[in-house]
Design a protein around this ligand. Structure first.
Ligand code: UTP
Length: 302
């Protein structure tokens, strides 16, 4: 653990869920994108469970219009529980209980207009206060032995500062990510000297790209409150983080695991296949299904 008077533990996590999810229309016309089910639980619950496994105590949701279903999902449902109890469905009862957050764990704030991820995080400033915090984007889902945020907090406890989960992407995909300009790289931690949001491949300083997991210091809120817009006219979180390079350490952390972009249809479908193959109950039949379709595809090509 860092022996530094400025170091504080990460106890709070922010989940920005106020985006419009246009890539999933019309499914997301009424239902929040973060409620799309990955196997048997919504994306937002996967993110909540990852944070819980990392020791997070307070869960802060930045919601918006038509997102009420998200808070309902984490609420206590007495009727449902009584019915499951009466029917002896203890396994389902246990699953329902796992989806609950108590009054001392769940905190909500709203982003009235979706002005960008940086703005969504700024909306959580009062609930976060003056301590470091985690950010988890629920549409990035990571399949791993140790939950990604747990790996990050373990690393953060040695290094402090600001930390971004990163992965190498194909060069032609850099325009979808925040990309790091790296000062040094030991294979796990990349010290960052600059960052570019969504660069064209020819302008990308590397292929090391930021995914939706961050540990940030509270000073970020001072920068975000300037409401400076960046790529796409949005208030970008990565731009605000980049302003602290030189003042606070900024590290890219290569987590161990496979990340799926569930904000895109292909990524969401792939994640459902990957997660269901791991499922102890349906894994076997999904494996047979995948093999069946793989054979059909091969026969068509032949
Ligand atoms: P995305 O960049 O995927 O945007 O947001 P989106 O609006 O949800 O989806 P598309 O691109 O229209 O399909 C990443 C995460 O940040 C949140 C989203 O809810 C999502 O969890 N977000 C984004 C906000 O909370 N507010 C914003 O202004 C933008």
């Amino acid at each position: 653990m860092l022996n530094n008077s400025e170091w504080k533990p990460v106890r709070k996590a922010v989940f920005p869920v106020a985006g419009m999810g246009t890539r999933f229309l019309p499914a997301t016309k009424v239902m929040p994108k973060e409620m799309l089910p990955l196997v048997d639980r919504p994306l937002i619950q996967h993110a909540m469970e990852e944070a819980k496994a990392a020791g997070i105590e307070e869960f802060i949701f930045v919601t918006g219009r038509q997102k009420e279903m998200l808070e309902e999902h984490f609420d206590y449902q007495p009727e449902l529980q009584r019915t499951l109890e009466a029917r002896g469905k203890t396994d389902l009862l246990e699953k329902v209980r796992e989806s609950e957050l108590s009054e001392s764990q769940l905190f909500l704030t709203r982003q009235a207009r979706p002005l960008g991820l940086g703005h969504a995080i700024w909306c959580a400033r009062k609930l976060v206060g003056n301590e470091p915090f985690a950010v988890l984007l629920p549409d990035d889902v990571i399949l791993s032995d140790t939950p990604c945020m747990k790996q990050m907090i373990h690393q953060y406890n040695q290094t402090g500062g600001n930390m971004l989960a990163v992965m190498d992407v194909p060069l032609e995909d850099t325009s979808k990510y925040g990309v790091l300009d790296v000062e040094s790289d030991d294979g796990t931690i990349a010290k960052v000297k600059g960052m570019v949001e969504k660069p064209a491949p020819e302008d990308a300083p590397s292929t090391l790209s930021v995914i939706g997991r961050y540990i940030l210091q509270p000073q970020i809120f001072d920068q975000l409150s300037k409401f400076e817009t960046g790529a796409g006219g949005e208030i970008q979180l990565t731009d605000a983080i980049a302003k602290f390079i030189g003042n606070q350490p900024l590290n890219g952390f290569r987590y161990k695991g496979q990340r799926y972009d569930c904000g895109s249809r292909e990524g969401f479908i792939e994640a459902n296949i990957a997660f269901s193959l791991q499922d102890p109950v349906i894994g076997e039949s999904v494996r047979n299904m995948v093999q069946k379709y793989a054979q059909q595809v091969q026969t068509k090509v032949a």
